[in-house]
Design a protein around this ligand. Structure first.
Ligand SMILES: Cc1ncc(COP(=O)(O)O)c(C=O)c1O
Length: 406
């Protein structure tokens, strides 16, 4: 099979048909159209929540959710030490203080025991991230949240249709955030969604994400519903500080077409991950992310600990290069621990709200497990739309493993 078929079905659903319908319609914005509304309804239904609020990214979702939760200047928000920078930046966008909890060495997910240790009287929210598609220990997190009156925002940007103790990820926290960015299970280039059962949070998040228009409601993103009221010089429109985080009708239409095939899209990633894990099963220095028996993983990517430096004397980068040389796909490294990124380490945010950040700083050693795991992480691609191609690449990996085993 040729490499040319690598991208055979990304847009084989209704994407083009729906895009044409948006083009032919009157409104290309969620303020007047209905595609974003339909996506919100269908996505929430698929996850199993009452409300969905479409946003233009999986970062604006987190910021809007934090604002909806009442997180503001000086409040502390706990997120894991292995995750993307966006949990940190969204927290800073709310003028709140990022606090980092260490991770479990085998699941790489947030360690509930460390969350407990990091709680202060300023803590307002927790953002457990379902890293690589694996839900964290949500029962423990929810128990801590209940005890301390905290809001939990599941960051499921990488996690679609995974389950935790038989429950759908995204239905456990007070709100959950999704991303439809280019690499995600469901993609429309850029986009995101907040889901929740709370009418209050849905309405607040929608207002934050929609310029604070006062007539926005939990399930209604259109703003000009009653022209006689709206088209009046005396009409006051805004009762909340908002941003423009709206999801456009074009993006919503594409995401809707992808949602219609979400089982297939997730299944392809899970099968691809299983094929790669099969090949790694006898290898002592490649250890895939542990999936506890009470949950499933939707494998945004396959996260693996690489111990080849010690075991076979081959560095992380040399192993990656050998895999590519033999015809494998790139292996991605995990993002740096967020507080070691220059933006955070150098406190570039501090001047934005000096009274909040004057004593805030982070140092190496804060989350020792994350700091030791992160440099060893390899993310193997699971985003194959052709299982034969995944098999072919896994065979390349097998060859490289054999080669280094002598
Ligand atoms: C765990 C996690 N959270 C948040 C985001 C942010 O999503 P977006 O890129 O749509 O802003 C991403 C995506 O990169 C992510 O992987």
């Amino acid at each position: 099979m040729s490499d040319k078929v690598e991208n055979p079905s990304k847009y084989l659903g209704n994407e083009i048909d729906y895009l044409r319908k948006v083009l032919e319609g009157e409104s290309w914005s969620a303020t007047g159209g209905s595609w974003t509304n339909i996506l919100e309804r269908e996505f929430a239904k698929r996850i199993g929540t009452l409300y969905g609020v479409g946003c233009n990214s999986g970062t604006s979702t987190i910021h809007a959710a934090l604002e909806a939760a009442g997180v503001g200047p000086g409040d502390e928000v706990i997120s894991p030490a292995i995750t993307v920078i966006m949990n940190t930046t969204a927290t800073i966008h709310a003028n709140a203080v990022p606090v980092y909890a260490d991770v479990n060495a085998e699941t790489f997910n947030i360690d509930a025991a460390d969350v407990k240790r990091k709680i202060t009287d300023r803590t307002k929210a927790i953002i457990p991230v379902a890293l690589y598609g694996l839900p964290p220990d949500m029962d423990e997190i929810m128990e801590i949240a209940k005890e301390h009156g905290l809001v939990v925002i599941e960051d499921n940007a990488q996690c679609v249709l995974s389950t935790y103790k038989g429950r759908m990820a995204g239905t456990i926290g007070h709100m959950a955030s999704y991303s439809f960015e280019n690499t995600k299970h469901i993609s429309c280039g850029e986009g995101g969604m907040i889901v929740t059962d709370s009418e209050e949070y849905a309405e607040k998040a929608r207002k934050v994400a929609g310029h604070g228009f006062k007539n926005l409601k939990a399930s209604e993103g259109r703003i000009r519903l009653n022209q006689d009221v709206f088209q009046d010089p005396d009409y006051k429109r805004h009762d909340v500080l908002g941003w423009n985080y709206r999801l456009s009708e074009f993006n919503a239409a594409v995401a809707l077409a992808q949602l219609e095939r979400v089982e297939t899209l997730v299944d392809l990633r899970v099968k691809s991950a299983e094929i790669f894990m099969d090949v790694m099963s006898g290898c002592t220095y490649l250890t895939p992310q542990k999936v506890p028996g009470d949950r499933t993983n939707s494998y945004y990517t396959l996260g693996v600990i690489y111990n080849g430096g010690e075991a076979i004397g081959v560095s992380w980068q040399d192993f990656r290069k050998a895999y590519i040389r033999e015809g494998g796909d790139g292996i991605y490294g995990a993002w740096s621990v967020p507080y070691l990124e220059p933006m955070v380490e150098q406190r570039q945010f501090a001047g934005r709200c000096p009274w909040v950040y004057k004593d805030v700083g982070y140092e190496r050693g804060l989350c020792p497990v994350a700091e030791s795991v992160q440099p060893k992480l390899m993310q193997f691609k699971t985003n194959y739309r052709d299982i034969d191609l995944a098999k072919k690449k896994a065979l390349v990996l097998e060859k490289v493993i054999k080669k280094f085993s002598g």
